[in-house]
Design a protein around this ligand. Structure first.
Ligand SMILES: [Zn+2]
Length: 447
């Protein structure tokens, strides 16, 4: 994984009325809320009864006026269409639709399928989550091009203190372990424990601003089967022809009834709390907009941002916006380039997502010193490159010497501070070994 740690915190939950359709009464101060994003990976296109399971869940939630997010696999959508299940499609349509890859466990899994869901459900999928453990930063770039702004899933690849975060141009509702506590145990006997855990999560989230976000997921098929549809067909890289697909074994009817009751009871229970509010993926995006986009950065902002990377490249969280290490690089580089090009009156804006570098950076073993003239040329090259690629360069070149972007960032930050305090550039610039500190938020690759 090469785009390690180019992430930032999602600010903005304090705006608690952002997803309410009606305005808050004027004199009532907004209380911290627990927002609950309830989502269903709707993926089993083999066992026909899983269609009914999805329909039952969707209809129940509609009856409860709870809008959930159904992340549907492209092939599941097409299968519903082929089976003539307009009733299931209609029930799911009452909720928000997300994308859960094209074929999930049958290779190749990811694209296309997005356009099929748009046609079948009459709404553009608002979010994506990977099939199984197939997380990759490249997906974020593709999703952003498709207009998808939310990554909704639960795993450990990348995470920021159990809260939603921005990464790769998307709001990531990812690695929020609270919701996992409310998941059913193997025999679905833990409803009372789940309720107690919810009460604890609710009290914690609503006791102080800005409140919290709970991400809770299920799969419609898990209510009725004994084993996942893909586990019985596609385990360990198996890729049998459709004619050879096996139906997963089902649980007895009374057992699946217990499973549905687990969800239904839990939803009614969560709904009974006055400051708990169900939200869909796109509503979470409204709660956590990326307020750094198109925000003009002032000299005061630059003064605050520049020292943030002194101890190594990491994100910066300001009062009402946040920047990834890559966005800090763009802002500071634009600031210095504006002065060098004598165009410092131009507004410094982030108009595009800045992705992390595409491969591992070169190593810098000891500090190097460059003249201002050498630094200036590297800086203008970097400005052009950022403008063209919208990606942090793998290396910044000083003549024939390559330095890692995090070392370059620390040097640019130092130059900003000097320019602001002395109104002239330094005669020499030291580029020293530095770390991508924010990499600690990304899991190590396993062998
Ligand atoms: Zn899945």
């Amino acid at each position: 994984m090469t785009r390690r740690g180019w992430l930032k915190s999602a600010v903005g939950l304090a705006a608690t009325s952002a997803v309410r359709s009606e305005p808050l009464p004027a004199q009532e101060p907004a209380r911290p809320k627990l927002y609950i994003v309830l989502w269903f990976d709707t993926e089993d296109y083999i066992l026909p009864q899983s269609d009914d399971a999805a329909k039952r869940i969707a209809a129940f939630l509609t009856s409860q006026r709870v809008r959930a997010t159904f992340k549907v696999v492209g092939e599941k959508g097409r299968t519903l269409e082929r089976r003539g299940r307009s009733d299931v499609i209609g029930a799911l349509r009452e909720h928000e639709i997300g994308y859960h890859s094209n074929t999930h466990s049958q290779h190749p899994t990811v694209a296309p399928g997005f356009d099929d869901l748009k046609r079948i459900f009459g709404q553009t999928p608002t979010c994506y989550g990977q099939p199984g453990n197939s997380w990759a930063p490249e997906c974020h770039g593709a999703l952003e091009k498709w207009g998808v702004r939310v990554y909704l899933d639960e795993a450990q690849h990348v995470g920021l203190d159990g809260k939603p975060f921005w990464y790769g141009g998307l709001l990531n509702i990812f690695n929020l372990p609270d919701g996992v506590k409310l998941r059913p145990s193997d025999d679905w006997s833990n409803l009372d424990k789940a309720k107690a855990d919810f009460q604890e999560i609710y009290s914690r989230a609503t006791s102080a601003a800005p409140g919290g976000l709970l991400s809770l997921y299920f799969h419609p098929c898990e209510f009725i089967h004994q084993a996942f549809w893909d586990a019985v067909n596609f385990s360990n890289g198996a890729n049998p022809a459709p004619a050879d697909w096996k139906l997963p074994p089902m649980v007895p009817a009374e057992k699946s009834e217990q499973h549905f009751k687990y969800l239904e009871n839990l939803v009614v229970y969560m709904k009974s709390f006055p400051d708990a509010q169900f939200v869909t993926a796109s509503e979470v995006l409204k709660l956590h907009p990326d307020s750094a986009k198109m925000r003009p950065f002032t000299l005061t902002d630059i003064q605050e941002i520049a020292p943030a990377s002194a101890g190594g490249a990491t994100f910066y969280t300001g009062p009402d916006y946040a920047l990834t290490a890559g966005e800090i690089l763009v802002v500071l580089n634009k600031f210095v380039a504006g002065i060098v090009r004598k165009r410092s009156a131009e507004a410094i804006l982030l108009d595009r997502t800045v992705l992390g570098p595409g491969s591992a950076a070169p190593e810098l073993r000891s500090p190097m010193e460059f003249s201002w003239s050498e630094f200036e040329r590297a800086l203008l090259d970097t400005a052009d490159q950022l403008e063209r690629t919208h990606q942090v360069p793998v290396a910044v070149w000083f003549g024939s010497t390559a330095v890692p972007p995090e070392s370059y960032l620390a040097a640019v930050a130092q130059v900003c501070t000097t320019l602001i305090s002395r109104s002239e550039p330094p005669a020499k610039v030291t580029v020293a070994p530095s770390k991508l500190v924010a990499a600690k938020y990304v899991a190590e690759d396993t062998p």
